[in-house]
Structures are given as structure tokens and as C-alpha cells.
Ligand binder design. Structure first.
Ligand code: 3PY
Length: 251
């Protein structure tokens, strides 16, 4: 199965998905049937077991939804996500060029990287795939996205996005605003200005940008800003629906 998110982003096309920390195969099926491109299974903040993540990945592939795991930065987290068969990783708190290089190293097989080799797990077809073929396809197919969400990451942005193997940069407005000293302040003008600079630099470098849509109207806003990978937070959708109902009643 091809990684359609990676392919669409390469062509400059828009991709839309949902980020969740819920454990629900039904939710994955709904998103697939609705026509979303991807699911980000959030293991940075979620409370999943690895078997649960594997189940969600398996379901995603049945409904043509690209399964991406938001891992943690450590080697084990990246390895386990890819070995379960995730088509991509989204790695938080990447602050330096070296951080980005290490992420790529952890996600790619030798000689490109240092990903540990095993064929007995789900990604390797439990040993039923040819090892060489599997590794070549995995390296080609794996989508690597790094999150910029600290002033240090902003400072090193250009170096980070130029690291070979990085497919997308993800701007995390919530963490970034908090790390810039504004709790709950992603609408703060200084934060907005910083983010818009990052968009400009990404455009110049031809690097696709991903971000989150977590408030009313923000899906459109992020697309207008130049994001081509929009992760919708389900509470936004739920709240929007209720807002619509409330507006109707007020009329
Ligand atoms: C942020 O906004 O900080 C994120 O990490 C989005 O998921």
C-alpha cells in the first residue's frame, strides 16, 4: 500500500486528517469512509498500549486512511510505531538540526539510518515478506514529520527543514505559545508573527507544513496560511456542531 499522504504532499496537494488519543476502530472506519487522508494516533499525550496502536493501524489500512503515530522523541517509541506498521511518524520537540538527523536515523534502515531490523513483527509481514524488499519499501514509504514548538526550534528552523529525509515540518501552536511565555496564547500577535515567518521559510524551501486545527474556523485559516497537512481535533468538530445548533436557537 502506497503512502498517499507522502505522495500528495510531494505534489503540493492538501491533506486533511484527525488527531486522536481515543482507542476506537469505529472512529477510524468513520474517518476512512468520510474520505479523510490520515489519522494521527497520538501517543505523545495518549494512553495507548502498543497492541492498541497496532489495531488502529490495521483498521486504518482497511479504510484507506494513512496511519501516522505521534511518537515521543526516544528511539524505542519511533521503533515500536514503525514496527507496528505505521506509515509515518510525527515527532514532538525537535529543536536542533541534530535532533532532526537523529529522528531520520531512527526511522530509516542502514545504510541510510540505524533503525533496528526485525521481520517477525507486523510491519515485516511477520517474516512472510522478503526482507530486502520490505526494507526498501519501508524506507521509501515512511513519512517523517518533525514538530517545531519551542523558541529553540524556531531559531534552528532552516537547518532543521534542510535535513535530508524530513518530509514535513509540523508547527505546534499550543506548545510554541506556551514555550514563548504565553499560556493558552496561540492568538498572541508575537506568536502569530513567528508562525507566519515559519510558513514563509518553509515555502521558500519547498517544505510542506502541517499544523493543528483546534478552534472554530481554524481549518480554513490554517489552509489559507499555507498548511497542506491539517490535523483536526475532534473536540473542534463536536463544538462547532453545537455552536451551529445554539445559533439556530438564538435566531
Ligand atoms: C501543539 O499545538 O503544540 C501541538 O503539539 C499540536 O498537536
Amino acid at each position: 500500500q502506497k503512502n498517499k499522504v507522502k505522495e500528495k504532499l510531494k505534489k503540493g496537494e492538501l491533506t486533511v486528517g484527525v488527531i486522536t488519543s481515543l482507542y476506537s476502530s469505529a472512529l477510524i472506519e468513520m474517518l476512512g469512509y468520510a474520505g479523510y487522508d490520515f489519522i494521527v494516533i497520538d501517543d505523545e499525550h495518549g494512553a495507548y498500549s502498543w497492541s492498541e496502536i497496532e489495531e488502529l493501524i490495521r483498521t486504518s489500512l482497511l479504510v484507506d486512511l494513512v496511519p501516522i503515530v505521534r511518537t515521543n522523541y526516544d528511539q524505542s517509541s519511533i521503533q515500536k510505531a514503525l514496527d507496528r506498521g505505521a506509515f509515518g511518524i510525527q515527532v514532538p520537540m525537535v529543536n536542533t538540526k541534530q535532533d532532526a538527523e537523529i529522528v531520520v536515523e531512527r526511522a530509516k534502515y542502514p545504510p541510510k539510518g540505524k533503525r533496528g531490523t526485525a521481520f517477525s513483527m507486523r510491519a515485516g509481514g511477520y517474516g512472510y515478506k522478503s526482507g530486502k524488499e520490505f526494507m526498501d519499501i519501508a524506507d521509501e514509504n515512511t513519512f517523517i514529520s518533525v514538530q517545531i514548538e519551542t523558541p529553540e526550534g524556531v531559531e534552528n528552523f532552516e537547518e532543521i527543514i534542510n535535513v535530508p529525509g524530513i518530509d514535513m515540518v509540523f508547527i505546534g501552536p499550543t506548545d510554541l505559545s506556551v514555550n514563548m511565555g504565553y499560556k493558552n496564547g496561540s492568538n498572541n500577535p508575537e506568536v502569530q508573527k513567528t508562525i507566519s515567518e515559519l510558513y514563509k521559510k518553509s515555502k521558500k524551501a519547498g517544505m510542506p507544513v502541517g499544523t493543528i486545527a483546534s478552534s472554530k474556523g481554524s481549518i480554513k485559516e490554517q489552509i489559507n496560511n499555507g498548511a497542506s497537512f491539517v490535523s483536526v481535533v475532534l473536540t473542534t468538530v463536536i463544538k462547532n456542531a453545537l455552536d451551529e445548533v445554539n445559533q439556530e436557537h438564538l435566531l
